[in-house]
Design a protein around this ligand. Structure first.
Ligand code: 6PG
Length: 243
């Protein structure tokens, strides 16, 4: 991580508000070009506050008809399953903002994983402007696990960082749960890639990556080096407490 790419915020809401300002900036830029804004969201629990804040405080600041929402990854479960990233996003964001249904591009967690990885790859190739035949998202929002995973690229599946396909099947090392994930290569083609990291549980991995330690090289998140701009890290005090 480039130390200059990490910004600390007092509270999770401060970090979320900074991320929202970036989302608004990016969506306004694409809107001025009369282009859709292609955003890929991660799942898990961290983005909940982002989604709630977008819906509650920034509803009118974004031209939702120009926003196209994708997922960085999702669990191979039905959309109404409690672990579905789509389901979580729907509950906290999609049901509360006027985004057209055709702008929501979910991963079909209920499908056969290999078939869905291929389908979603093709969907991204057809929906998003390409660079060297790789979809170039306007913004990719990432989280990080306390094991250093990001998206559904886990430490025991580092090959997914350089995997040739657009999407692949990841497997959670503890539960064995299959997931569809963007590969590291696709993530690194993102015009802007931003990590949103909050909570003391992430403080160790953040410190290892910030200090570019030997241990950090075993973390997939440490290997996310976008081609256009360095990844930005928006981190609250708790997650930054060891740096
Ligand atoms: C997922 C996410 C994953 C997440 C990290 C952090 O499907 O779980 O995409 O990469 O960003 O696991 O999760 P928390 O935000 O719950 O800590």
């Amino acid at each position: 991580m480039d130390p200059n790419s990490l910004q600390r915020f007092k509270t999770p809401l401060d970090a979320v508000n900074a991320l929202v300002s970036r989302i608004i900036r990016i969506s306004k830029t694409t809107s001025l070009q009369n282009q859709p804004c292609h955003i890929a969201f991660s799942g898990g629990s961290t983005p909940k506050l982002l989604f709630q804040t977008l819906a509650k405080s920034y509803l009118d600041e974004i031209d939702w008809k120009l926003i196209h929402i994708f997922w960085v990854d999702d669990r191979c479960v039905p959309p109404d399953h409690p672990e579905s990233n789509f389901g979580m996003t729907k509950a906290h964001l999609l049901d509360h903002v006027p985004i057209p249904g055709e702008n929501i591009h979910r991963i079909m967690g209920e499908a056969d994983p290999e078939v869905e990885a291929d389908r979603y790859s093709k969907a991204l190739l057809s929906q998003i402007p390409l660079d060297e035949n790789i979809p170039r998202f306007d913004l990719i929002i990432l989280g990080i696990g306390d094991d250093g995973h990001t998206a559904s690229i886990f430490p025991n599946q580092m090959t997914l960082l350089e995997h040739d396909s657009i999407c692949a099947v990841g497997i959670h090392p503890a539960s064995g749960q299959k997931r569809i994930t963007l590969t590291g290569k696709t993530i690194c083609y993102g015009k802007e890639v931003i990590f949103l990291v909050t909570g003391s549980g992430k403080s160790s991995v953040v410190a290892e990556i910030y200090n570019q330690t030997e241990l950090a090289t075993t973390y997939p998140a440490a290997h996310i080096k976008p081609l256009l701009n360095p990844a930005e890290w928006l981190v609250d005090t708790a997650a930054a407490r060891k740096i």
